[in-house]
Design a protein around this ligand. Structure first.
Ligand code: PXP
Length: 256
């Protein structure tokens, strides 16, 4: 299991004052020292947190790998071609949203066309590609058909579920989608809304090979420092399969 740390919110604090601190480049160094397997950054059209300068500098300084989240718009794909991150995750982007609200709408023809164009260019630039989608069987199948290398399942619904039965239902949905995606030959990633408290059942799902976690880790880092916050998350993620086998810690989803 790889743990990619999303450092967008370090840049969010910087942009609150439009100054030069805290610098996400320094956060990336500390995240790597804490055991991050990679650094995730989301460059949005409005550059509300990660800027082009950040993408360029991180590309030159990160020693693990960069997962660049972008929309499939022309200028975003150009940025990826120019900076050549290890991986690009294509995400939907709405200007007014606080954070990415759902997965790509792969049933929409114009979204499909835009994704196909972006994937062809990423392939040409030898950049690994992933599509951010909801844990939905049809979306998983469509991702396979579009020829991406990987899929990242949106765990927001799971994270937002409050009642245990709702959380179990969302976990089942996620588990089923991971199986379909793996059967379609895709590498399986997951992320969004994962915290120190809710990550264990997701990290224990056997087919998931990469988690992208940001807000919770950066929030803890305010108090403990980045390196320690990452180390603590990494220990939880790596220990998850053993923890779910302990009776009473977590009830496995139906059919598992
Ligand atoms: N994965 C994707 C595609 C995202 O857009 C985000 C948020 O930027 C994350 C993972 C990380 O989510 P969070 O900050 O809630 O951990």
């Amino acid at each position: 299991m790889r743990l990619y740390i999303n450092i967008d919110h370090v840049a969010t604090v910087r942009q609150a004052r439009r100054t030069d601190e805290p610098d996400p480049v320094r956060a990336a160094v500390l995240a790597e020292l804490g055991g991050a397997d990679g650094i995730t950054i989301h460059h949005r059209r409005d550059a509300r947190h990660i800027s082009v300068r950040d993408v360029e500098l991180l590309k030159r300084t990160v020693r693990t790998g960069i997962n660049l989240e972008i929309s499939s718009r022309e200028e975003m794909v150009e940025l990826a071609e120019r900076t050549r991150p290890m991986q690009v995750t294509l995400v939907p982007e709405k200007r007014e949203e606080v954070t990415t609200e759902g997965g790509l709408d792969l049933a929409n023809r114009s979204v499909q066309r835009s994704i196909v164009r972006a994937l062809a260019r990423l392939r040409g630039a030898e950049i690994r590609s992933s599509l951010f989608i909801d844990p939905d069987p049809l979306a998983a199948e469509r991702t396979g058909a579009l020829g991406a290398d990987a899929v990242e399942f949106h765990t927001g619904e799971y994270a937002n579920a409050v009642r245990p039965e709702d959380r179990a239902r969302e976990l089942n949905r996620l588990a089923a989608a991971t199986r379909l995606a793996a059967d379609a030959g895709l590498a399986v990633h997951a992320g969004h809304g994962l915290t120190y408290e809710n990550v264990v059942p997701v990290a224990a799902l056997p087919l998931i090979e990469e988690l992208n976690i940001g807000h919770s880790v950066v929030s803890r880092a305010f108090f403990t420092g980045m390196e320690r916050a990452v180390r603590e998350m990494k220990a939880i993620v790596l220990g998850a399969p053993a923890r779910v086998r302990e009776p009473g810690v977590w009830a496995p989803p139906v059919g598992f």
